[in-house]
Design a protein around this ligand. Structure first.
Ligand SMILES: NC(=O)C1=CN([C@@H]2O[C@H](COP(=O)(O)OP(=O)(O)OC[C@H]3O[C@@H](n4cnc5c(N)ncnc54)[C@H](O)[C@@H]3O)[C@@H](O)[C@H]2O)C=CC1
Ligand SMILES: O=C(O)CCC(=O)C(=O)O
Length: 454
C-alpha cells in the first residue's frame, strides 16, 4: 500500500517537471530552477495528497500572467532601436507581485521565468506578504549615455505602468537596474498616472520615498546570514579569506560588511575579468570605478599596481579562500569550479546572485561538507528591505538606517533558523537547500489551497 502511494506521488512530481520542459521549450534556466525546487520537495509532496488533488504543482509552475511588450527608443545619434520588455507575474498567493527588473542582453523568457519562480519562494521566506515576479529587458545599459538610458526607461514604463501599482505589482532593481534607472522609471510612472504613488517601485532615492539601507540590504543580509551559519560552528568572519564575484550592488555591500566583520576580501570580478589583491581589496577604489564612473574592474590596477588581473572572470574560483560569495549571475560556478573550491579547502559557499551554482556544483559542496547557503534564503535581505520600504511608504514615514538595518538582521536570522529547523524536522540536518525549498513551498502551497482554484 505505502509503496503504491509513494510511486503515484513520485510520478506526480516527475510528470510536472516533464510538463514544464514540454510547455516551455528551450527555457533551460527555468527548467533548472523548477527541477531544483521540485526534486527537493518531493518527499513532502508525497506526504500531502491534497497538493496533487488541487493541482498545486501545475499552478505553481505556471506564471499567473506573462507580459511581453515592445520598447522602442532613440539613441543619441537619432537611430531608432527596439528592445523587448517583460514582466512575469508568477504567483500572488502571499501578496502583490514583487521582484526586480533586469536590463541585460541575455534576458529572454527562460531567464525571466526562472527569476520570477525563484522570487516566489524567496519572498515567502522573508515572512512579508509579497508574491513573486520579475521583469526586465534585453536592453544593454553598458556604454549607453544617461540620456539614452533615460529614454529607454521612459519607453519601458510607458507600457509597464498599466500593469503595476502598490497593491498589484511592485518592481525594483536587479542586474543593470540601480538607483539611476529606478529614478527614471518612477519619474515616468508619476508623469503618466499623475500620482506620486511611492509604493509602486522600491529602491527609490532616499529623499523621495526610498528606504535607508535598501542599497546595502542584499549584501549586508547575505553576510548576516553567513554570520549565523558561522556562529553555529563556533566561527566568525575574523581573519577569513573571502572571494566575492561581480562588483555590482550585491558584491560591493557584501564586501563592505565582510570587511566590517573582520574578514579579508581578496578578489572581485566583472564580466570582463577578475582582480586579485592579496593585500585585501580596497573597496573605496571599487566604488569609485564601478558605482561612480561605471567603469571596468581592470581599472583597479591603475591605483593598485601590485594587484593581479586575469581576463577570465571564472578564474576567480581558483584562488584559495575560506568563504566564497558568488554575487554576479546565474550558473557562474559549475562542477569544475566547485571541485577547485573544495580542493582548496573552502568552508562556506553562499549565493548572493540568483542561482549562481549549477545543481552539480551544489551536490559537490554538500557531499564534501561545505556549508552551503542557497540564494532564495541568503540573498532575501534585498527584497525583505524592499518590503520595509513599502511599509514606510504606506505609513508616510522614514526610518533611520540603524532601525532598518536592525530589522534586516532579524529577518536574516529568522530565515536561517526557520529553514534550519525545517531541515531538522525532516531529518535532513544542515541541508539548507531542502530547508529553504520546503519552508517556502509549504507556505505558498497552503495559501493557494486556502484561496481555491485560481
Ligand atoms: N540587487 C538586488 O537587490 C538583488 C540582486 N540579486 C542578484 O544578484 C546578482 C547581482 O545583481 P546586482 O548586483 O544587483 O547587479 P549589478 O548590475 O549591480 O551588478 C552585476 C555585476 O555582475 C557582473 N557580472 C555580470 N556577469 C558576470 C559574469 N559572467 N562574470 C562576472 N561578473 C559578471 C557585472 O559586471 C556587475 O559587476 C544577480 O544575480 C541578481 O539577480 C539577488 C537579490 C537581490
Ligand atoms: O527588491 C526587490 O523587490 C527585488 C530584489 C530582487 O530582484 C531579488 O531578490 O532577486
Amino acid at each position: 500500500m505505502s509503496n503504491s502511494i509513494e510511486l503515484t506521488q513520485e510520478s506526480y512530481v516527475d510528470s510536472i517537471i516533464e510538463r514544464v520542459v514540454v510547455r516551455n521549450p528551450g527555457e533551460t534556466e527555468f527548467h533548472q530552477a523548477v527541477r531544483e525546487v521540485l526534486e527537493s520537495i518531493k518527499p513532502v509532496v508525497e506526504l500531502y495528497p491534497e497538493f496533487e488533488e488541487n493541482g498545486i504543482l501545475e499552478r505553481l509552475t505556471e506564471p499567473e500572467r506573462q507580459i511581453i511588450f515592445r520598447v522602442p527608443w532613440v539613441d543619441d545619434q537619432g537611430n531608432v532601436h527596439v528592445n523587448r520588455g517583460y514582466r512575469i507575474e508568477f504567483n500572488s498567493a502571499l501578496g502583490p507581485y514583487k521582484g526586480g527588473l533586469r536590463f541585460h542582453p541575455t534576458v529572454y523568457p527562460g531567464i525571466m521565468k526562472f527569476l520570477a519562480f525563484e522570487q516566489t519562494f524567496k519572498n515567502a521566506l522573508t515572512g512579508r506578504p509579497i508574491g513573486g515576479a520579475k521583469g526586465g529587458s534585453d536592453f544593454d545599459p553598458k556604454g549607453k549615455s544617461d540620456s539614452e538610458v533615460m529614454r529607454f526607461c521612459q519607453s519601458f514604463m510607458t507600457e509597464l505602468y498599466r500593469h503595476i501599482g502598490a497593491q498589484t505589482d511592485i518592481p525594483a532593481g536587479d542586474i543593470g537596474v540601480g538607483n539611476r534607472e529606478i529614478g527614471y522609471l518612477f519619474g515616468q510612472y508619476k508623469r503618466i498616472t499623475n500620482r506620486f504613488e511611492a509604493g509602486t517601485l522600491t529602491g527609490k532615492g532616499v529623499d523621495w520615498g526610498g528606504s535607508l539601507a535598501r542599497t546595502e540590504a542584499t549584501g549586508y543580509g547575505l553576510v548576516y546570514f553567513v554570520d549565523e551559519m558561522l556562529k553555529d560552528i563556533g566561527e566568525t568572519f575574523e581573519g577569513k579569506k573571502v572571494i566575492v564575484s561581480g562588483s555590482g550592488n550585491v558584491a560591493i555591500y557584501t564586501v563592505q560588511k565582510v570587511i566590517e566583520l573582520g574578514g579579508k576580501v581578496i578578489a572581485l570580478s566583472d564580466s570582463d575579468g577578475m582582480v586579485y589583491d592579496p593585500e585585501g581589496i580596497d573597496l573605496n577604489s571599487v566604488i569609485e570605478i564601478k558605482e561612480k564612473r561605471r567603469g571596468r574592474i581592470v581599472e583597479y590596477l591603475k591605483t593598485h599596481p601590485s594587484a593581479e588581473y586575469n581576463d577570465n572572470s571564472k578564474n576567480i574560483w581558483k584562488i584559495e579562500c575560506d568563504i566564497a560569495f558568488p554575487c554576479a549571475t546565474q550558473n557562474e560556478i559549475d562542477m569544475e569550479e566547485a571541485k577547485t573550491l573544495v580542493n582548496n579547502g573552502v568552508l562556506v559557499v553562499a549565493e548572493g546572485a540568483n542561482m549562481p551554482c549549477t545543481p552539480e556544483a551544489i551536490e559537490c559542496f554538500q557531499k564534501n561538507n561545505v556549508l552551503f547557503a542557497p540564494a532564495k534564503a541568503a540573498n532575501a535581505g534585498g527584497v525583505a528591505t524592499s518590503a520595509l520600504e513599502m511599509t514606510q511608504n504606506s505609513m508616510w514615514e522614514s526610518w533611520s538606517f540603524e532601525e532598518v538595518d536592525k530589522k534586516l538582521r532579524e529577518v536574516m536570522k529568522n530565515i536561517y533558523s526557520s529553514i534550519k529547523t525545517t531541515a531538522e524536522e525532516y531529518k535532513k540536518d544542515g541541508d539548507l537547500v531542502f530547508g529553504a525549498n520546503v519552508t517556502a513551498f509549504l507556505k505558498v502551497a497552503r495559501a493557494m489551497m486556502d484561496q481555491g482554484i485560481v
